[in-house]
Ligand binder design. Structure first.
Ligand SMILES: Cc1cc2nc3c(=O)[nH]c(=O)nc-3n(C[C@H](O)[C@H](O)[C@H](O)COP(=O)(O)OP(=O)(O)OC[C@H]3O[C@@H](n4cnc5c(N)ncnc54)[C@H](O)[C@@H]3O)c2cc1C
Length: 334
């Protein structure tokens, strides 16, 4: 579908890799653009990204505005904002969607301020009212209610949390248009990237198996049990917020409303009660397995399997049994 731009998605990339949230935004954006009867557009800034621009079309974009310049290779909020604002003023989308990622959260408010428009942060769903206005759905009051927000100004802008929406299936036969736009590079943005340091962090949002612990854990050193189990299962350690607040584990492990949203194949919850704020971040996991002493803990109600018992008995037994299975398998192979 060509013509007027209904929805513009910011196609975040880092080191030439499109962030998966972009494909989710294109999935939702496709639906919104169809309802508006307008095009779904994406804006991609970077260097040598022709193949990535095609991917955006395969995932639903009608038009990709590509700003290709060596100095856009790394994210620079001022350069990115400058070019996006120029584009928006020219193509006039009704709606702009940005992933609620580290980069998106830094960029979106600056773009919104420059356009003198509103911005709703951290949406978990989006819809349109009868007049084609964006309804931005996000948790409010500590995640206890879902607020439906309409901004009066246009374009309507939202950042959207990762793992909340479904991407379309990749279709390499999809056709679209890649429009190369000359980038304008502001001279001195005050930002110079000297190098990148790998923080060695985990990316819990992408993990397929998460072994998470909560306040049922008595001592920080007991996290080793979780680490051992996670390593045997090929997973990563997750945590409820109190352990992060106590400094036992870093924030990148936190699952929930003020942490990360996760959708693993298997989510183990050891000694986690299942507060609304925790459930918010993990309830869409394929399989939830809870271990809790208290049969009335809310986590039990959302779990596919549960054990009422003491994590200090159950985790060592699991570790022991998994090691036994593993060594039996290695013997078989020999
Ligand atoms: C604005 C806001 C944002 C928040 N964001 C988040 C967030 O992102 N993520 C988050 O997790 N929380 C968040 N919270 C905090 C949240 O409200 C809860 O306080 C928190 O999730 C509780 O963590 P928990 O389940 O580990 O602890 P608790 O609620 O204390 O539960 C501990 C559980 O362990 C069980 N238990 C105890 N000993 C054992 C044992 N030996 N074996 C087995 N089970 C045992 C108990 O029965 C209990 O169910 C937020 C709160 C607010 C107000």
């Amino acid at each position: 579908m060509g013509g007027e731009c209904g929805v513009l998605v910011f196609a975040e990339q880092e080191d030439g890799r499109i962030h998966n949230v972009v494909y989710e935004l294109l999935g939702k954006g496709r639906d919104l653009a169809n309802k508006l009867g307008k095009s779904l557009c994406a804006v991609l800034l970077g260097h040598n990204l022709d193949e990535e621009a095609k991917e955006l079309i395969y995932y639903g974009a009608d038009i990709v505005y590509l700003f290709d310049h060596p100095s856009l290779k790394e994210f620079d909020v001022i350069k990115y904002k400058h070019n996006i604002v120029k584009l928006v003023n020219s193509v006039k989308p009704d709606i702009i969607l940005v992933g609620a990622t580290r980069i998106g959260r830094s960029l979106a408010p600056r773009v919104a301020a420059a356009l003198r428009t509103g911005l709703t942060a951290d949406c978990v769903d989006l819809d349109l009212d009868e007049e084609g206005n964006l309804i931005q759905i996000r948790p409010a009051f500590s995640g206890n209610i879902m607020a439906q927000i309409k901004t009066r100004t246009k374009p309507q802008m939202a950042t959207v949390r990762y793992k909340m929406m479904r991407p379309l299936a990749r279709d390499p036969s999809r056709k679209g248009e890649i429009v190369k736009v000359d980038a304008e590079i502001p001279e001195d943005t005050g930002i110079e990237i000297l190098g990148k340091v790998d923080a060695g962090g985990i990316n819990i949002s992408e993990a397929e198996i998460i072994v998470a612990a909560g306040r049922g854990l008595k001592r920080p050193e007991d996290l080793r049990l979780l680490e051992e189990l996670a390593s045997l299962l090929g997973g990563v350690v997750g945590s409820s917020r109190p352990l992060v607040d106590a400094g036992w584990i870093s924030r990148e492990h936190q699952v929930g409303f003020s942490g990360n949203t996760v959708k693993p194949k298997v989510y183990f919850a050891f000694g986690i009660s299942g507060s609304p704020q925790h459930l918010f971040g993990m309830r869409d996991s394929d399989i939830i397995i809870a271990v809790n002493k208290d049969p009335s803990a809310p986590i039990i109600g959302v779990s596919d399997y549960y054990v009422i018992g003491d994590l200090y008995e159950i985790i060592p037994t699991l570790i022991h049994d998994l090691k036994k299975v593993r060594s039996a398998l290695t013997h078989d192979e020999e």
